[in-house]
Every structure is written in C-alpha cells, then in structure tokens.
Design a protein around this ligand. Structure first.
Ligand SMILES: [Zn+2]
Length: 505
C-alpha cells in the first residue's frame, strides 16, 4: 500500500521536475484539484499520443470531427446527463465532510449491490449497514444527487453546460453525416477534444481530472451490421488478453489470451462488430506504446453494467503507482442517444430499412488521454543503476517526447555549423528533435536519458573528415557511426522499430 503511494509520488515529482506535468493548476494561486498543466515535455508526449490515436482511427476508416465544448441545456436534457450524470453524495452531520455515498458503501460493504440505486435507496443502505463518517464517526446525512456537469451561461440568461463527454456533441451531427457519407451506413467518426466533469473532491492526481482531453470513436450502424461485420474476418484469429466476468466471479483476474473468434463463440462478446471495436481499442493502446504484458481487457460485472449495455469491456493498464487502471471503455450504446435526440429535437434521425424508418445503433470507444499519458510515464520509469547514474525513462521511440537530440561536440563554428544543418535535416524529416550544446557530452546524454530521448547524435571532428556521425542508443548506451547521408533512413527505421540498433554496426 505505502509502496504504491510512494511510487506515485516518485512519478509525479519526476513529472514536475522534468517539465511533463505541473499543478494542481493554477499553482501560484494555491491550485484547484483536478486541474493540471502540461509542461513542454508533457505537451510533446501528448501530441505524440494523439498522433498515434489519429493514425490508428484513420487506418480503421474513421473520420475526425470537432464540435463546440459548450452546449445549451436542451442538449443535456435530451442526452440524459441533466438527470442521470450524477454522483450520490452524503455529508457528515458532525464535521461537514462530503463523501461519495456509493464509494463509501462499497468500501465498507463490498458485497452490497448498489448499481442503479436511487439516492433514497442509498440513504436506506447507509442506515442498514450502520455506516458513519470515517473521519469523526458522526452520522451521515441523507444522500443527494450531485450533477457532475459544469454549468455556464450563454449571453445573459441561457442555461448551458460544458460537455461531460465528446460523444453527445458527435451524435448531434448525425443528419450531417448521413449527407456527407451519401446515406450509407456504417458511418465511423471520432473526436479528440476537451471534456469537463465537476468531480466533488478529485484525488489520485492525473487519474481524476475536472478538465481532460477525451477521444471517442463512434460507429453508427444497423443491427444486422453488428452481426455481419466484414472487417471481423481480418481479426478473428488474433488473440486478446481477456478477463471475463465469469473468471472474475471466481476471483481470477489474470488475463487469458483468447482467440477473438473463440470469444464470440463463447459469447464473451455478443456481436462481431463489438469484438472488432474491442480489438481496435486494444490496438490503439499498443500504438501508444504499451506492452502486451501491461494490458488486459476486463469485462464489466453484471453489477457494474449500465442497464442498456449488452457488452461492456474496459482496457486496463498495469501501473506501479496504482495497480490496474481503467483507461478505456468500449460501449454498446444501442440506439438510445439518437432516439433521444430525435425525440427532443423533433428532427428525423432515422434511416430507411425496407422502407421503414430505423434509428441506427452506436458502438463507441471512449478514453481520456491524460490517463494513458500518466500510465506511460509510470511504465517507462527505470531507476538509477550501476550502469547509469540517473533514473531514466524508457519511452517507446515512436512516442518519446523528443525522438532525437543533436549535439555538436563543442560550441565551435566548425562543429555547430554542420550540427545545425543536420538538426534542420532531421526536423525536415518529421522528427521531434532538440539541439543541445551545453556541458560535457556525458551530461547531455544524462539529460536526454532523464526525459526518455531514445537517440542522441554527436557531430565531432571525424564528421568533418568523413561525414560520419555518432548515434547513441538510450537503452544499451552503445554507439555506432552512421554516414550523414544515411542518417534520416537510419533514424526512421530505429524510431519506427523496424531496424535493430545493432544492425547499424
Ligand atoms: Zn465527520
């Protein structure tokens, strides 16, 4: 327990010191919990993750859109968030401390099923199990519904809310999509953008944010497409690390590598299109640099599942800081959202199937980017060792905030001129590079190891003689000389993981 907390503190203090994550923000005014700033390296890392996410969605035939983050109250009444996006809270009648009632009950009495209970029912449950304030043992007050949306105002008096998810804003475009995609389903779109949740008292640093960047991919499709999904054939023989709800009920949380076709046959996944979405979500996390042994796919228990959801699976990442962390949900939203928006907007959001109007179904992949960002720093941390006099970050080369560092051996024009040329050549090739001329080469290697730069190149006097440059590998600390004409190709191969460092020798 204490070691987990310690590890999180190590990661957060490293993230602060090295310019990844600052906060809670605004720091100079004392900070509000649930808000963080990304420093220069955190922003670079996030950009790289977003690039990987975009590439994965585009390869899977999704189109990106961007919508406003504020919408009038009507939208949230229709989406169900005004009524249903709530946390049940209870206040201690003695010391005034406010708690999430569901969390408190789950801690004290894990076997109590509280999914879908109303505030009044939770008040009853608290009485039944004799729950009191954990800090002062005082009596807890009645449970109240607390809406998690951040309210704002348009003009003088129009009630509006900051979006708690990007999904709803995507659904509002459905009519436009139909025209754009020439009335053909399925339609696959995604959005990357800010969302807001007014958490009561967010703890766990980067894992619970009031403002975060969400990625949500949506597929609008017909029920028959969910079963007859041609792309399923491309992935049917692949394996996924599954933790089924059956296994969990037997107390087994170890992932079992399961063939996807087998998982559908055994009804772990109800629909081939949904299974394809789970595979895509898993693949997106692999593209972000997570290794297979740090990932599992966990099915929701019946008690966790929303009433409309036939299938519900999460991508979880293992961290040293918090153990398994839920990072992504794959949701079968049915036709709930489009039906509601059709009803409330009085616009036709159906398509014709056999001349009858049908409101399409929606499958969704949803995750915030800050969680994987934190998990990746956690997973990449390597402590100081005999070989290396500093702790360092082993980011996968493709997502490292800085991919290549360029050092002239010394700050003399005969070295800095070719070094600047080579630096520009690397930037033009699309890499994120940093030019550093300060201090000994050893110190400069050290600084790059600390922020996880996979490759450093040094321009020295031999470069002037024969055009070769020293390339140094972060992981092995080995060096090879590569001719500057071959440098871009070598770096491309290394960063994409297509060639081994040793092959350059
Ligand atoms: Zn109290």
């Amino acid at each position: 327990m204490s070691s987990e907390r310690d590890f999180n503190e190590i990661i957060m203090s490293l993230a602060r010191k090295r310019g990844f994550i600052w906060g809670p923000s605004p720091e100079i005014y004392g900070g509000s919990s649930g808000f963080y700033d990304l420093g220069p390296l955190g922003k670079l890392l996030k950009n790289r993750l977003e690039n990987q996410i975009r590439a994965a969605f585009v390869r899977a035939n999704f189109w990106e859109v961007e919508c406003p983050t504020v919408s009038p109250v009507e939208v949230w009444r229709a989406s169900g968030h005004l009524e249903g996006f709530i946390d049940p809270v209870t206040q201690c009648t003695k010391c005034g401390q406010i708690y999430r009632a569901d969390n408190l009950i789950a801690e004290k009495s894990p076997e109590t099923n509280i999914a879908g209970k109303t505030p009044d029912e939770l008040t009853e449950t608290i009485k039944e199990i004799g729950l009191v304030c954990p800090s002062c043992m005082g009596n807890l007050g009645p449970v109240q519904a607390y809406n998690l949306m951040l309210q704002t105002r348009l003009g003088l008096d129009q009630e509006a809310y900051l979006r708690p998810e990007t999904a709803t804003s995507t659904y509002l475009l459905f009519k436009r999509f139909l025209t754009f995609f020439r009335d053909k389903l399925p339609v696959s779109v995604f959005q990357i953008g800010k969302a807001y949740r007014n958490e009561i008292s967010p703890r766990q640093g980067m894992l619970r944010l009031r403002e975060f960047t969400q990625t949500e991919g949506q597929i609008f499709l017909l029920e028959k497409d969910e079963i007859d999904w041609p792309q399923f054939n491309e992935i049917r023989d692949e394996k996924l690390p599954l933790v089924t709800s059956q296994a969990q009920q037997k107390g087994n949380y170890d992932p079992v590598q399961t063939k996807i076709s087998e998982a559908v046959k055994k009804s772990f996944f109800q629909k081939p299109a949904y299974a394809w979405c789970v595979h895509l979500a898993y693949n997106i996390f692999r593209q972000m640099g997570f290794s297979d042994n740090k990932m599992r796919l966990r099915q929701h228990l019946p008690t966790e599942r929303a009433h409309y959801a036939a299938d519900a699976w999460d991508v979880e990442i293992h961290t040293e800081s918090f153990g398994w962390v839920e990072c992504c949900g794959v949701h079968d939203r049915g036709n709930y959202d489009l039906s509601r928006h059709q009803e409330f907007s009085k616009q036709n959001l159906s398509v014709k199937v056999d001349k009858k109007p049908v409101v399409p179904e929606v499958l969704e992949i949803a995750f915030g980017i800050e969680r994987p960002l934190f998990c990746l720093i956690d997973n990449s941390f390597r402590p100081e060792s005999k070989e290396r006099d500093t702790d360092w970050l082993k980011f996968p080369a493709e997502v490292a905030p800085i991919q290549v560092a360029v050092f002239p051996l010394m700050g003399k024009p005969e070295l800095t001129d070719p070094a600047t040329e080579i630096f520009n050549q690397i930037i033009d090739a699309g890499f994120v590079a940093q030019y550093d001329v300060g201090g000994s080469i050893g110190k400069r290697y050290r600084r790059q190891d600390e922020v996880g730069t996979p490759f450093c190149i040094t321009i020295d006097y031999t470069t002037i003689e024969d055009g070769t440059i020293t390339v140094r590998d972060r992981d092995t600390m080995e060096q090879v000389r590569v001719h500057r004409d071959k440098l871009n190709d070598a770096l491309k191969g290394l960063v994409r993981g297509r060639i081994e460092f040793n092959s350059l020798k």
